[in-house]
Ligand binder design. Structure first.
Ligand code: NAD
Ligand code: WQD
Length: 341
């Protein structure tokens, strides 16, 4: 049974990916320092899959611990690297924390991988690298824009580091996955996003407003050049996203990759405005949402949604769940969370 290391494996996307890996019969080593997740997520993974993954709790900025990890799990056949700090706003206030955390952890893992037998690597990247793309939908060939935040810059620099390593070593096999907007939760209602503090992202803010934790949702601007003036994004179900990681890993271990460094956009190919999301949420939850239109949020782009052709045809992966599915699952997760707290 192949063993994979999943860094950030107790986080939002990492935990859902760990569930899918276990469900497909793989052995998973989760690495997480719990800086943005809780240990209960390990139990949630076990309750869904019946399997408790190996858990290594440490900070990936500790180079010696990263080295110990790869010695202990020298039989690993691939790494999915989710671990990072990801709050755009916070990255503007604390750039050094973001550069240190997101780049040092990446570099230490890549150094160990370079000395390992298996050098298969999946990198969590983001559509944020495109900034405000000129042409929609956005293909992987769209130019990488000047980063709007230190966070976005760590993703761009991360991709460049991986690209340069793959240029020098053809034993290295890497895939960068550029996620659009991951949302939703596991259909069981027993796993989902756990934003600590006030949610920055739209969907957790919606569900927390609907359940009464927040007074109202502020809609950041309705004067964009979009269908109804509000921002448009490509919202992809986190389980669809998780499944794409398995497909990408298999591509590497089965040597199906066309080059030793590939990039794929992961989205649904469909853009929805904030007001469309609110409408869809009200429909699936039967809850009238309290919201108010306010000014734009600085740094926000107007519209982004993926051209999914390359992922569909090359990777052989396609998002299957709808916006409504994701919103319903997010709502069920919110209800479950609050009922048990
Ligand atoms: P998350 O914060 O839920 O998960 C990240 C996990 O990594 C957390 O459990 C955290 O405790 C852990 N972690 C962070 N730094 C660590 C360190 N130094 N050592 C060990 N563990 C550490 O985030 P997420 O939403 O699951 O995102 C996962 C990845 O996907 C990140 O790289 C993020 O940048 C990227 N991404 C996320 C989104 C999104 O909207 N959620 C979009 C595009 C890309
Ligand atoms: C979505 C839409 C907002 C909250 C961010 C990061 C990106 C990636 C995904 C890591 C926008 C509007 C939001 C609210 C609102 N993360 N909105 N009221 O900004 O597209 O992307 O998360 O890689 O890097 O930038 O996602 O969910 O914050 O916003 O009106 O309270 O909802 O203006 O149009 P975003 P988001």
């Amino acid at each position: 049974m192949a063993k994979f290391i999943v860094t950030g494996g107790l986080g939002f996307i990492g935990s859902h990916t760990t569930v899918e890996l276990i469900d497909q019969g793989y052995e998973v080593v989760v690495v997480d320092d719990l800086s943005n997740s809780t240990i209960e997520t390990l139990d949630r993974i076990e309750s869904i899959t019946g399997v408790k993954p190996i858990f290594e709790q440490f900070d990936l900025r500790d180079k010696s611990k990263v080295s110990e990890l790869f010695k202990k799990h020298s039989d690993q056949q691939g790494v999915i690297h989710f671990a990072a700090s990801k709050a755009v706003g916070e990255s503007v206030e604390k750039p050094l924390l973001y550069y240190e955390n997101n780049l040092n952890s990446l570099i230490y893992i890549l150094q160990e991988l370079s000395a390992s037998e298996n050098k298969n690597f999946i990198f969590s990247s983001s559509c944020t690298v495109y900034g405000e793309a000129e042409i929609l939908p956005i293909t992987e060939d769209a130019p990488v824009a000047l980063a709007e935040s230190p966070y976005g810059n760590t993703k761009q620099i991360g991709e460049e580091i991986i690209r340069d390593i793959c240029k020098t070593s053809d034993e290295f096999n890497a895939i960068a996955l550029r996620y659009f907007n991951p949302i939703g939760a596991h259909a069981s209602g027993n796993l989902g996003e756990l934003p600590l503090g006030i949610p920055q992202n739209l969907i957790p803010y919606i569900t927390q407003t609907a359940i009464g934790l927040r007074e109202k949702l502020l809609v950041f601007g309705n004067d964009y050049n979009t269908i109804d003036g509000t921002g448009v994004r490509d919202y992809i179900h986190v389980v669809d996203l998780a499944k794409a990681h398995i497909v990408a890993l298999k591509r590497l271990i089965d040597n199906k990759n066309k080059s030793n460094y590939e990039i794929f956009n992961l989205g649904t190919g469909k853009g929805n405005s904030v007001l469309e999301v609110i409408q869809a949420f009200e429909k699936v939850s039967n809850v009238k949402l309290n919201y108010e239109i306010t000014d734009r949020r600085s740094g926000d782009i107007e519209s982004a949604y993926a051209d999914t052709k390359k992922a569909n045809e090359e990777l052989g992966w396609k998002a299957e769940m709808s916006l409504e599915d994701a919103l319903l699952h997010s709502w069920q997760w919110e209800l479950n969370l609050r009922q048990n707290n």
